[in-house]
Design a protein around this ligand. Structure first.
Ligand SMILES: [Zn+2]
Ligand SMILES: [Zn+2]
Length: 90
């Protein structure tokens, strides 16, 4: 969900733009937003990170080394940090 920076109304996708339903404000760059969402929701079992394919599941877990909350769940309780690549159990 995206909100208009001018009037805070909901913005709707129109072509490859986002258009405010209230004031008509237009914003480019919808394709980039959709691409990000596709990575986080659909890639459930196979994750492509740095050109490598990893089998696992994207999970929210706090890395003990760098504090990142983006991790890959490899097995039950075994996580791999997506930022510093540390493998840890919780
Ligand atoms: Zn607006
Ligand atoms: Zn980390």
């Amino acid at each position: 969900m995206k909100f208009c920076p001018k009037c805070n109304s909901v913005m709707k996708a129109k072509g490859n733009k986002m258009v405010c339903i209230r004031c008509g404000y237009e914003e480019e760059g919808v394709e980039r937003i959709q691409f990000k969402e596709r990575i986080s929701h659909d890639k459930d079992r196979t994750i492509v990170a740095d050109g490598k394919v990893i089998n696992g599941r994207v999970a929210i877990s706090l890395c003990p080394r760098c504090g990142s909350t983006r991790a890959i769940l490899l097995k039950k309780r075994l996580y791999k940090c997506m930022v510093c690549n540390l493998i840890y159990t919780i």
